[in-house]
Design a protein around this ligand. Structure first.
Ligand code: AMP
Ligand code: ZN
Length: 116
């Protein structure tokens, strides 16, 4: 069920514009509005799941589909071989600001480790 005040549910509903670059039955992906790398894409489940903590067993295929979307996108972006990073922030200490879980896909430059 979409959440009334959820930014990413509004993007899913077409109520807020986004640069959508990939869609599947269970996911959409769009470019981050404040990119931290040449490629910075957010891959989200169509289902509103607030955080990683809220995943339930029936979501297993949906969560897997986030990674399948990532595989398609890194091929299209030409960064599969050089390398890239996927990140999901969970709750305040990790800096989560949008509470519809999303996979950050970052690439196109060398990424330092560990992250800050
Ligand atoms: P997080 O801090 O992990 O919750 O990530 C939220 C991300 O959403 C940030 O990288 C923001 O730049 C990004 N963001 C916020 N609003 C939008 C928007 N309207 N379209 C695309 N990305 C957005
Ligand atoms: Zn949502």
């Amino acid at each position: 069920m979409p959440e009334k005040d959820c930014l990413f549910c509004k993007i899913l509903a077409g109520e807020i514009p986004a640069d959508i670059i990939h869609e599947s039955a269970t996911t959409i992906a769009f470019r981050d509005i404040n990119p931290q790398a040449p490629t910075h894409v957010l891959i989200i489940p169509r289902k509103h799941i607030a955080t990683i903590n809220d995943i339930v067993p029936e979501d297993q295929a949906v969560i897997g589909s986030l990674y399948l979307a990532a595989c398609d996108i890194v091929t299209a972006e030409g960064i599969a071989d050089d390398g890239y990073r996927t990140v999901m922030n969970c709750n305040e200490a990790a800096g989560q600001t949008v509470f519809h879980m999303h996979m950050h896909l970052l690439g196109g430059r060398t990424l330092a480790w560990p992250p800050g």
